[in-house]
Design a protein around this ligand. Structure first.
Ligand code: NAP
Length: 264
């Protein structure tokens, strides 16, 4: 990841998140880690999940070293039992779940639809679509019982416009965009808001192969109106805003954070 930082993005921490209990799936690295750092800086109790316990432990140590409140709970979002155990652990530890950020996601294969195997399709759908449903269902049950909660789903430009060689990824992200609006509708009168942030191309492991290929990287930056990749810190403000009381009348929205990609 780039050593560049965007202090203006990190400084934009909204009020009203102190002492909130926040789950960030995939919070050990990449965009999820930046989001976890943002919530911790806002004074929230941050629970991060992922499949790799060592990555979680390293991120928890970094957050707590800076005075944050953080807990790592290993979980695979594609496994219902893991997600149920995760939400039970958080509820038992803190008594509530105020915010869920569905950030965990994969995009391991770039190939045409006709060359995509059922296993490849299924793996992407299981994590990027079913995983979001499972976490919304389990955390949603806790939030509905509380009569309050906010969910932010990390989708993608690929949930709004078609990108080549990513059939399952586009289908999953497009599905989450509509699931966001569907759950918003269903839970609007029960105190639970559901929104999304739709990132463009950011500097994380997910885009490492792309960024390492000068021709592909140039195609992305050339297509992006702002002419560059996003830094993970630049997703923080949008996500924290939608999770915060500042967004109290916003539900079913999806905020593009894409350097203008979907405007063009
Ligand atoms: N980077 C971009 O340009 C970009 C653009 C648009 C959208 N997004 C979306 O943003 C989200 C984060 O992407 P990123 O760029 O930060 O990716 P990343 O650097 O590859 O990190 C992915 C994170 O998701 C976790 N994860 C993956 N599969 C999981 C599973 N089955 N259960 C639990 N955790 C899982 C990973 O942890 P473990 O490996 O330890 O499980 C890791 O923490 C994804 O939903 C991605 O689709 C990214």
């Amino acid at each position: 990841m780039s050593a560049r930082v965007f202090p203006q993005a990190l400084a934009a921490v909204p009020d009203g998140l102190a002492d909130k209990v926040v789950i960030v799936t995939g919070g050990g690295r990449g965009l999820g880690r930046a989001l976890a750092e943002g919530f911790a800086a806002a004074g929230a109790h941050v629970v991060i999940t992922g499949r790799d316990a060592a990555t979680l432990a390293e991120t928890v140590a970094a957050l707590t070293a800076r005075g944050g409140s953080a807990l790592g709970v290993p979980a695979d979002v594609a496994r219902a039992a893991d997600v149920e155990a995760l939400c039970a652990t958080v509820r038992d530890a803190y008594g509530r779940i105020d915010v869920l950020v569905n950030n965990a996601g994969i995009n391991p294969w770039y190939k045409p639809a006709q060359d995509t195997s059922l296993d490849e399709w299924q793996a992407v759908i299981d994590t990027n679509l079913t995983g979001v449903f499972l976490a919304c269902r389990e955390a949603g049950r806790v939030m509905l019982a509380q009569g309050a909660g906010a969910i932010v789903n990390v989708t993608s430009v690929a949930g709004r416009v078609a990108l080549a060689k990513t059939t399952a990824y586009c289908a999953a992200k497009g599905g989450v965009e509509l699931m966001t609006r569907q759950l918003a509708l269903e839970w609007a009168r029960k105190g639970v808001r559901v929104n999304a942030v739709a990132p463009g191309y950011f500097e994380t492991d997910l885009t490492q192969g792309l960024r390492a290929n000068p021709a592909l990287a140039e195609r992305v930056t050339g297509r992006t109106p702002m002419g560059r990749f996003g830094h993970p810190s630049e997703l923080v403000g949008a996500c924290l805003f939608l999770a915060s009381p500042a967004a109290s009348y916003i539900t079913g929205a999806s905020l593009a954070v894409d350097g203008g990609w979907t405007a063009a």
